[in-house]
Design a protein around this ligand. Structure first.
Ligand SMILES: O=C(O)C(=O)C[C@H](O)[C@@H](O)CO
Length: 261
């Protein structure tokens, strides 16, 4: 059996827009539900969600028959965490809190086997279909998508250096952390934060490096796409569930006459 092409990585390299969903629910059933929605990628978060490898494995299995490429965010730029996620079948990794080119190079090295990287070897994990993929060890590096996350003012200054690290396939701008770093915690929509995000998108476009971002606002998502972001998470599974449930109950409670008449 051959290693499947990474269609998400290929689409990014062609500059095509890839629409994503952010998944924090840590549920294989929720992952399966949204995997059939038609998204191009789904980010399975382990940084801010209580999501450990056995649960992530269940979510990756559940997403297998859907449309979306499984991108997993490890809790940190740590080769041990990254190795475990790659072994269970993540085809893309989003590494948080990358501050400079050296840290970006470390993220890439964690996703590559020696001699170019430091990923530890198993020839029999889920990623290689339990040893059935011909030449997995030789080919994995070229198919795994390495995305790094820039989320501070200091990292923004290093954007060009980070983006030009060999093996970095895309740069994700973290609007929440960036807004905090810029002094506007909880206000990613603040004009100064938006200006910084727009400038990052323009600098990435000038380099020909795909930029990514996350928002739950449709208007903001459309604006980010217009600014040139190419992998855009347009919502979160948690937000869809919470907003859907709130709206449903409100529609009944507001239409009920109050007990006092
Ligand atoms: O800085 C950000 O924005 C992120 O890193 C995404 C966050 O973790 C969060 O908004 C996901 O729900």
């Amino acid at each position: 059996m051959d290693l499947p092409d990474n269609s998400f990585k290929a689409a990014l390299s062609r500059g095509e827009l890839q629409l994503g969903l952010w998944s924090s629910l840590c549920s294989n059933i929720a992952a399966e539900v949204v995997a059939y929605s038609g998204f191009d990628w789904i980010l399975v978060d382990t940084e801010h969600s209580p999501n450990e490898p056995p649960a992530v494995l269940g979510q990756l299995q559940a997403m297998q028959a859907g449309t979306a490429a499984p991108i997993v965010r490890p809790a940190w730029n740590d080769p041990v965490l990254i190795k475990r996620l790659l072994d269970i079948g993540a085809t893309g990794i989003l590494v948080p809190f990358v501050q400079n080119a050296e840290e970006a190079a470390r993220a890439v090295a964690a996703c590559r086997y020696p001699p170019t990287g430091i990923r530890g070897i198993t020839a029999s994990g889920r990623a290689s279909r339990y040893g059935r993929i011909n030449g997995y060890l030789e080919k994995a590096g070229s198919e795994i998508c390495v995305l790094v996350q820039i989320e501070t003012a200091a990292a923004l200054e290093q954007l060009e250096a980070i983006a030009q690290v060999d093996g970095v396939d895309g740069i994700f701008i973290g609007p929440s952390d960036l807004s905090a770093s810029l002094g506007y915690i909880g206000k990613p929509g603040h004009p100064e934060v938006q200006a910084a995000i727009r400038s990052a998108a323009e600098r990435l476009a000038a380099l020909g490096k795909p930029g990514g971002i996350l928002t739950s606002s449709e208007a903001e998502a459309r604006r980010y796409i217009e600014w040139g972001f190419r992998f855009v998470a347009v919502g979160t599974d948690l937000g869809l569930l919470a907003r859907g449930a709130d709206t449903l109950v409100r529609s009944f409670k507001q239409s009920q006459p109050s007990a006092s008449g």
